[in-house]
Design a protein around this ligand. Structure first.
Ligand code: ADP
Ligand code: MG
Length: 286
C-alpha cells in the first residue's frame, strides 16, 4: 500500500504545490520510487508547475472521482520524470461538490479511487485552499498531512485552525482521526519575526516542525515560471539543497516497507535513470 500524503493549508501561496511537485520529483528520481501526484485544486497549478497546459484536458481528477466504474489508471499521465505520474486538475473540479451532492458516500470517492491504484510507493495530493467536499475527500484518502506554512505571524493561527478541523472530522464526518505529520516553514527570510514564529511553531508542535525552513529564493520562482523543478533549473540554488534534505526527511518519516526494501537492495533505486547515479553508485540529485 502506498504512503498517501496530503499537502494542506487553507491559505493560498504557502507552497503546497511547490512541495507536492518537488517531493514527487525527488522521491521518483532520486529515491527511485513509484510516485503519483493528484491535483485537487481548481487552479490546476500542479500541472502548470510541471509544464502542462491543463485547461483543455478532459481526463482529470474530476473524471477520476466521478467515473468510478472505469480503471483509475486511465486518468494517469506519465511525466518527464521516470517513476512519476500525475492526475491533473483544472477548474472543472470546482463542479465536483454539485455533481456528487446526492451521493451519500461522496466523501469517500477519492479514497475508493486511490485504493485501486496499487502500483505506487507514494501518492501525494495537492490541495485546494478552501474547505469543503474536495478537502474532505482528500483528508479521508490521505494518511499523512504535511502543512507548509509561511513563516509570518499568522502561521500559528493557520496551523491551530487546521488542527481544530482535523480534530472535528471524526465526529462530524465519521472520518478516522488525522494529525499533522509535519509542518514545513516556507518562504523564510531570516528576520527576528520569522525566527520567533518558527520558535513558537516548535513549541506548539514539538518534534513535528521540519528543522530547515524553505528559504525565500527568487531562483525558485524563476524555475516554476519555466515549468521546471529547481534541480533542473539551478541545482546549485540554495532551495535545491533544502528541498533534497526535505525529501530525505519525508522518506524517513514513514514505514515504507517498499522504500526500505528498494534502498537496501539497490541504492540507486529500481527506477533510477542510469544518469541519476554517480560513479560511486550513489543516487545523484536531479
Ligand atoms: N522558496 C521560494 N522562494 C520564493 N518563491 C517561492 C518559493 N517556493 C515557492 N515560491 C513561489 O511562491 C508562490 C506560491 O507557491 P505555491 O506552491 O503555488 O503555493 P500554494 O500551492 O500553497 O498556493 C509560487 O509563485 C511559487 O513560485
Ligand atoms: Mg497550489
Amino acid at each position: 500500500m502506498a504512503r498517501r500524503i496530503a499537502f494542506v493549508n487553507e491559505k493560498g501561496g504557502s507552497c503546497k504545490t511547490t512541495l507536492t511537485v518537488h517531493m514527487g520529483a525527488w522521491l521518483a528520481s532520486t529515491a527511485g520510487l513509484r510516485v503519483l501526484l493528484i491535483d485537487l485544486d481548481p487552479q490546476g497549478q500542479l500541472g502548470k508547475t510541471l509544464g502542462y497546459d491543463v485547461s483543455a484536458y478532459k481526463r482529470t481528477t474530476l473524471e477520476l472521482l466521478l467515473d468510478d466504474a472505469r480503471n483509475p489508471a486511465l486518468f494517469l499521465r506519465r511525466t518527464r520524470f521516470k517513476g512519476l505520474d500525475v492526475v491533473l486538475s483544472n477548474k472543472s473540479i470546482a463542479l465536483f461538490p454539485t455533481l456528487v451532492a446526492s451521493d451519500p458516500d461522496r466523501d469517500r470517492r477519492l479514497l475508493r479511487a486511490v485504493e485501486r491504484l496499487r502500483d505506487y510507493d507514494f501518492i501525494l495530493f495537492d490541495s485546494p485552499a478552501s474547505f469543503g467536499t474536495i478537502m474532505l475527500n482528500l483528508l479521508l484518502a490521505a494518511r499523512e498531512v504535511i502543512v507548509p506554512v509561511n513563516a509570518t505571524f499568522l502561521a500559528l493561527d493557520g496551523c491551530a485552525e487546521l488542527v481544530r478541523t482535523l480534530e472535528t472530522l471524526p465526529e462530524t464526518h465519521g472520518l478516522p482521526n488525522r494529525e499533522i505529520s509535519l509542518i514545513v516553514p516556507t518562504l523564510y527570510r531570516p528576520t527576528r519575526m520569522a525566527d520567533s514564529v518558527i520558535e513558537r511553531l516548535h513549541a506548539h508542535f514539538p518534534g513535528r516542525v521540519h528543522g530547515e525552513p524553505l528559504r525565500y529564493d527568487v531562483r525558485m520562482e524563476e524555475a516554476q515560471s519555466h515549468g521546471l523543478t529547481i534541480w533542473e533549473y539551478d541545482p546549485r540554488a540554495r532551495s535545491a539543497g533544502i528541498l533534497s534534505r526535505l525529501g530525505e526527511h519525508v522518506l524517513a518519516m514513514g514505514p515504507p516497507r517498499e522504500a526500505r526494501r528498494v534502498a537496501a537492495a539497490d541504492p540507486a533505486g529500481r527506477h533510477a535513470r542510469p544518469d541519476a547515479v554517480d560513479p560511486r553508485g550513489r543516487p545523484r540529485e536531479l
